[in-house]
Design a protein around this ligand. Structure first.
Ligand code: PMP
Length: 380
């Protein structure tokens, strides 16, 4: 049979490529973004409790209501915004599904969607699948700042969505209050939905406050904000998250959600609800991860890699221009084979080739692993 592929340029992602290379060469894998430590035993206990308590049938389509209520409380405490758990929160099968469903629900054929590159890799294929047009706004290191006057030039009558991501994967930078206010000015009064990927909301450093779209009433009125329990609770394999949006947007979102997921696995939702009732279970995270960032940076202070200080996420970029003229894919592959440390080359997050020399490392690892990696990197 002849197949007309809907994603003809698909294939292995750089994450699979680098992870395969890491295992082939017995390298330590700081490429793919996942912790090498487990989630809290209490969370596991709560989830097993509900599994054994036979919470094994369908939850409501939008998710367990008590969990949505707990999330509304968390949102109010963190961002000062009252959201209605009945109409403004939906539990999803991870952030990826929330993003995919939001794009499917709002982007029509020929619509333009502005994304900020480097961009996390699940946005573009989803836009392509609904025949939207990807319009990249490119930011460059080491500052990776958005010039909102230049950004404005990309907005046309065909723009139906803008995707933002803060804290940002892969660059580890955060949007500031002035960024969100500028964005608000640009979308005000236009038929543009802001899709805000905030999966690293709790991984933010140096006493900064996460600038969620939920903090800004006008902006929230045109936005959908996406979160991931996998990122927050060191359990990336569970694939469970949620999306928050004003009712008129959420109604459209749920029309699609009910036909591609209906409802997310039940017992994990019950367990998360118990665990989220204690705010310290997430409020300790900035300190926990900042300690790792700082520990790793100290270990690498004599290396020839120049760090681009991570303001959020569990990633940090390193500039290797003092070490090699190789492009970043070649460099990252060579570093994996020869020095046994796998990373992710940053150019893969851009649509157009770039000559920048940055690799991304994930520091969500035990101190022992970070020490071993530092030992290897100091030889480069
Ligand atoms: N957005 C960003 C920026 C991410 O880094 C990730 C996970 N790597 C996701 C979304 C997807 O999250 P989930 O695993 O919950 O689907």
């Amino acid at each position: 049979m002849e197949i007309r592929s809907k994603l003809p340029r698909g294939g292995d992602t750089i994450f699979s490529v680098m992870s395969a290379l890491a295992s082939e060469y017995s390298a330590i894998n700081l490429g793919q973004g996942f912790p090498d430590f487990d989630c809290d035993a209490e969370l596991r206990d709560r989830i097993s409790h509900h599994l054994n308590d036979k919470k094994n049938q369908y939850c409501p389509m939008a998710g367990l209501f008590s969990l949505r209520k707990t999330l509304a409380f968390k949102i109010f405490n963190l961002y000062g915004t009252k959201v209605d758990p009945a109409t403004e929160i939906t539990i999803t099968a991870g952030a990826t599904q929330a993003i995919y469903t939001a794009i499917t629900a709002f982007v029509h054929e020929g619509d333009e969607v502005i994304i900020i590159e480097p961009a996390y890799d699940c946005y573009k294929p989803a836009i392509n699948l609904v025949k939207g047009i990807v319009v990249p706004y490119v930011i460059k290191g080491p500052g990776f700042k958005i010039d909102w006057d230049v950004f404005e030039d990309l907005i046309t009558p065909k723009t139906s969505m803008i995707v933002i991501n803060t804290p940002h994967n892969p660059i580890g930078k955060t949007l500031k209050s002035e960024d969100l206010l500028a964005l608000n000015e640009l979308v005000k009064g236009k038929n543009i939905v802001v899709l805000s990927d905030e999966v690293y909301e709790h991984l933010i450093y140096d006493n900064a406050h996460h600038q969620s779209v939920l903090r800004y009433a006008d902006l929230y009125n045109q936005s959908m904000a996406v979160y991931s329990f996998g990122k927050t609770f060191h359990s990336t394999g569970w694939k469970i998250g949620y999306i928050v949006a004003p009712q008129y947007l959420m109604e459209e979102f749920r029309k699609v959600h009910q036909w591609n997921v209906f409802s997310v696995n039940s017992f994990v939702q019950y367990g998360l609800n118990d665990y989220l009732k204690e705010p310290n279970n997430y409020l300790h995270l900035p300190k926990f991860y900042q300690k790792k960032r700082d520990y790793f940076n100290n270990l690498l202070s004599d290396s020839r890699f120049k760090p681009i200080l991570s303001e959020g996420t569990y990633f940090q970029l390193y500039d290797y221009s003092e070490i090699s003229d190789d492009d970043d894919v070649t460099f990252a592959k060579r570093m994996t084979c020869k020095y046994k440390v796998a990373s992710i080359p940053v150019s893969v997050f851009y649509s157009q080739k770039t000559d920048d020399k940055f690799i991304r490392l994930c520091f969500a690892k035990t101190e022992k692993v970070l020490e071993k990696v530092a030992e290897l990197i100091l030889q480069i």
